[in-house]
Design a protein around this ligand. Structure first.
Ligand SMILES: Cc1cc2nc3c(=O)[nH]c(=O)nc-3n(C[C@H](O)[C@H](O)[C@H](O)COP(=O)(O)OP(=O)(O)OC[C@H]3O[C@@H](n4cnc5c(N)ncnc54)[C@H](O)[C@@H]3O)c2cc1C
Ligand code: SF4
Length: 595
C-alpha cells in the first residue's frame, strides 16, 4: 500500500484524518472522491492484506496449533498484527481495584485498525434506536432520525457488500430491494434453533454481515453511488472488480486477502489512494490537535514512532477517527489557552457517556446434532443466522427497558487444535473408541450470546491519568466503569432465554453461570462508543448531528465517540454511515467557505 514518510507530509492539506479504521477509512473514501486532498495519520504499522493475511495456513502450520495465547487472544493466525487488550507501549489505568468496575480496552494498531479482524456483523439501527429517551425517558436521544441516516446505510451497504434478508420486523429495518446480497444458508444448528425458536416466539433469521456472497455489480453500483461522476465511477468500479466473492472456507478473523469481506484496507483505502488525493503516514501516533488564534483547528502534532520525533502537519480541517477511547484521549490532551480542558470540551463532556455492548453467553450440548455425517459447513467465518430483539412491546413487564439480539455459534467447520471431546463426555475413552466419541460429539455444541443495549450512565467515563504516560510522554486514559441494574436484569433474562432454547432443542446447558458476574466486563465486547456525544446544543453535547464539534467547526469526530446511545445493533455500520454523511457535509461546508 503506497505511503509517504513523516518528513514528506510537508504540504498544507485540506483535511487531516486520524486513524484508518472504519470511520477514518470511510472518511478518506468520501473526501478523496470529492476531490479533497487528505493526509491520513495511522499510529500502527502499514499492512498489506494480500501479502500478510494467513487465511490459507492450517492450524498445524502455526505455533501451538494456532490457538489463542495471552498475546494473541483471538488465535495465533488472527489478522491483528499489533494490538490487543494490553499494549506495553500504551498502557491504561483503572480508577477502581474492583474487577467489576474496570474497563477492558481492546485496540488494534495497524493500517485498517479493527476492521481487519471484526465480526463483520452489520446491523442498521432502527427508528427507535435514534430516539430511545423519547420512548422510555432514559438515556439520550440522537439529534438525527433514522430517515436522516437511512440513505447512508444504503450507500455503505452497496459499497462494502452486506448479506442478509429483509424480514420487516419491528425496529429491524429492511434495506431497499436489491441492496442486500443473498444470505448463505443456515447451518444445521442454526436451522434447529430456528425451528425451536418458533415455538418460543423467538424469530431466528439471516444475520447481516459484510461478506460478499456474490461479486459486486461493478457495472451498475458506481453509477448509483456517484451519479454523473465518470471519474469516481471508474475508480470505484475498478476497486469493486478487484474483490472476489466468498468461497466459504477460511476463518474471516484472519482477514480476507481476496477482498470478499469488508476491511478498510481492501475496500476503503485502495480507491481513496487511487484518486491521488490521499497521503498516508503509518507509525504516526497523534499527540494533539493544534488550534489557531481564531479558535479553529490548524493541524496536528504527532510522534513519528520510527524516529521518536514530534512532527507538525497542517490542514484546513481535522477529522478524528482513532476509535472512541483514543479520540477522547487526543481531545483531552489538546490543551490550549482557548481550550484549557481539552479541545471542544467547553461542556466538560469529553470522555463522558462511554458505552459498550451488554454481553453474556451460555453453551449447550444438543444430542440432535450428534453423529451428523461430515459435510462442509464452514461457510462465511461467522454466524449465518441470529435473532433480533423480539420483545419491544413487553419492556414494562420484563423490568428492563432495552433489548438484546442473540448471536449464535454452531458449526462443523475445520476442527481446532484443542481436544474435540470434553473430558466429562469422553468418560476415559481411548483409541478407536475415543475417535468414535469425538466424531459423535463434534459439532453438537452450540453457544448463544446476548448482545444488548447499554444505557449511558454517569459512572462510565474516561479521563486523563496525569500520573501515568505512554512511551511518548502522553498521559494515558483512566477508566471508570459501572454497569447499572438495567443491564444486569437484561443478562438475567438472556440466560433464562438461552436455557429455555437449549432445553427446547433437547439439549443440556453446559457452561456454569455465576450469578451477577454473568455480565461480561465493560469493554469486553469491543464495541466502545460514546465519549463525545452528539446532541442539539453545545451545553449538553460535544458535536452536532453532522459529527462536527460545536466549538471548533473544522473538527469532526467520525468514530463511535458521537454515539449518544448504543443500541443492541453492533455499531460499525452506523459509524460508517455517519462518517459518509459527515464527509458530504464537510465538503459542502468547505465549498461554501464555512469551515
Ligand atoms: C474481535 C472483534 C470483533 C468485532 N466484531 C464486530 C462486529 O461484528 N460488528 C461490529 O459492528 N463491530 C465489531 N467490532 C468493532 C469494530 O471493529 C469497531 O466498531 C470499528 O472498527 C470501529 O471503527 P473505528 O474507525 O472507530 O476504530 P478502529 O477500526 O479501531 O480504527 C482506529 C484506528 O486509529 C488508529 N489510532 C488510534 N490512536 C491513534 C493515534 N493517537 N494516532 C493515530 N492513529 C491512531 C488505530 O491504530 C486504528 O488503526 C469488533 C471488534 C473486534 C476487535
Ligand atoms: S470465509 Fe469468505 S469472507 Fe471470510 S475470509 Fe474466507 S473468503 Fe473471505
Amino acid at each position: 500500500m503506497p505511503m509517504i514518510r513523516a518528513e514528506d507530509a510537508t504540504k498544507d492539506y485540506d483535511v487531516i484524518i486520524v486513524g484508518s479504521g472504519a470511520g477514518g477509512g470511510q472518511m478518506a473514501f468520501t473526501l478523496t472522491l470529492a476531490g479533497i486532498k487528505c493526509l491520513m495519520l495511522e499510529a500502527g504499522r502499514g499492512y498489506d492484506p494480500v501479502a500478510e493475511t494467513p487465511m490459507f495456513q492450517r492450524r498445524d502450520q502455526a505455533p501451538l496449533l494456532g490457538n489463542s495465547t495471552p498475546d494473541k487472544e483471538f488465535g495465533f493466525l488472527d489478522a491483528t498484527v499489533d494490538g490487543g487488550w494490553q499494549m506495553p507501549a500504551e498502557p491504561y489505568t483503572q480508577a477502581s481495584d474492583k474487577p467489576e468496575q474496570q474497563f477492558w480496552w481492546w485496540r488494534a494498531r495497524m493500517m485498517g485498525g479493527r476492521t481487519n479482524h471484526w465480526g463483520r456483523i452489520s446491523l442498521r439501527n432502527g427508528p427507535y434506536d435514534f430516539k430511545p429517551k423519547s420512548r422510555d425517558g432514559l438515556g439520550l436521544d440522537w439529534p438525527v432520525d433514522y430517515e436522516d441516516v437511512e440513505p447512508y446505510y444504503t450507500k455503505v451497504e452497496q459499497l462494502i457488500g452486506v448479506y442478509g434478508s429483509n424480514e420487516g420486523l419491528e425496529n429491524t429495518p429492511n434495506s431497499p430491494d436489491g441492496v442486500l446480497q443473498p444470505p448463505p444458508k443456515a447451518r444445521a444448528g442454526e436451522l434447529l434453533a430456528q425451528k425451536h425458536g418458533k415455538t418460543l416466539g423467538i424469530p431466528i433469521i439471516p444475520i447481516h454481515r459484510a461478506v460478499l456472497t456474490q461479486t459486486l455489480d461493478a457495472d451498475r453500483l458506481p453509477a448509483v453511488l456517484f451519479p454523473g461522476n465518470a471519474w469516481a465511477q471508474k475508480i470505484v468500479g475498478d476497486s469493486m472488480r478487484a474483490r472476489a466473492a466468498c468461497f466459504w472456507a477460511t476463518p474471516c478473523g484472519r482477514g480476507c486477502s481476496t477482498g470478499a469481506n469488508y476491511q478498510s484496507t481492501t475496500v476503503h483505502l485502495p480507491p481513496a489512494l487511487a484518486t491521488g488525493n490521499l497521503d498516508i503516514v503509518a507509525n504516526a501516533h497523534v499527540r494533539e490537535v493544534l488550534v489557531g488564534n481564531n479558535g479553529k483547528a490548524r493541524g496536528v502534532l504527532f510522534v513519528d514512532k520510527t524516529t521518536g520525533q514530534d512532527v507538525q502537519v497542517n490542514a484546513n480541517a481535522v477529522v478524528l477517527a482513532a476509535s472512541s477511547g483514543e479520540t477522547v484521549r487526543i481531545m483531552l490532551n489538546s490543551k490550549s489557552t482557548l481550550f484549557p480542558d481539552g479541545i471542544a470540551n467547553g461542556s466538560g463532556l469529553v470522555g463522558k457517556y462511554i458505552m459498550d455492548t451488554v454481553g453474556t453467553s451460555l453453551q449447550g450440548q444438543i444430542p440432535a446434532l450428534e453423529n451428523l455425517p461430515p459435510y462442509n459447513e464452514d461457510g462465511a467465518g461467522g454466524s449465518h443466522f441470529y435473532a433480533p430483539w423480539w420483545l419491544y412491546q413487553q419492556a414494562q413487564a420484563l423490568g428492563f427497558p432495552r433489548g438484546y439480539h442473540i448471536e449464535m455459534g454452531a458449526t462443523r467447520g475445520m476442527p481446532g487444535g484443542g481436544n474435540p471431546l470434553p473430558d466429562d463426555l469422553g468418560n476415559g475413552a481411548y483409541g478407536s473408541r475415543y475417535k468414535q466419541e469425538a466424531r459423535r460429539y463434534y459439532g453438537s455444541f452450540m453457544g448463544f450470546a446476548c448482545r444488548g443495549e447499554m444505557i449511558p450512565n454517569d459512572n462510565c467515563f474516561a479521563e486523563l491519568d496525569n500520573n501515568v504516560s505512554d512511551t511518548w510522554g502522553i498521559p494515558v486514559l483512566k477508566w471508570h466503569w459501572q454497569w447499572a441494574e438495567h443491564e444486569q436484569r437484561m443478562c438475567d433474562h438472556a440466560e433464562l432465554t438461552f436455557r429455555e432454547l437449549i432445553e427446547t432443542m433437547g439439549g443440556t446447558v453446559r457452561s456454569v453461570t455465576n450469578g451477577r458476574n454473568r455480565i461480561e466486563p465493560g469493554g469486553k465486547i469491543i464495541h466502545e462508543v460514546g465519549g463525545a456525544i452528539m446532541g442539539t446544543a453545545a451545553a449538553t453535547s460535544v458535536c452536532n448531528g453532522y459529527n462536527q464539534t460545536w466549538e471548533v467547526p473544522n473538527l469532526f469526530l467520525v468514530d463511535g465517540t458521537p454515539f449518544p446511545s448504543n443500541a443492541d445493533k453492533n455499531p460499525t455500520l452506523t459509524i460508517m454511515a455517519l462518517a459518509w454523511r459527515a464527509g458530504d457535509y464537510l465538503v459542502d461546508q468547505s465549498r461554501r467557505g464555512l469551515l
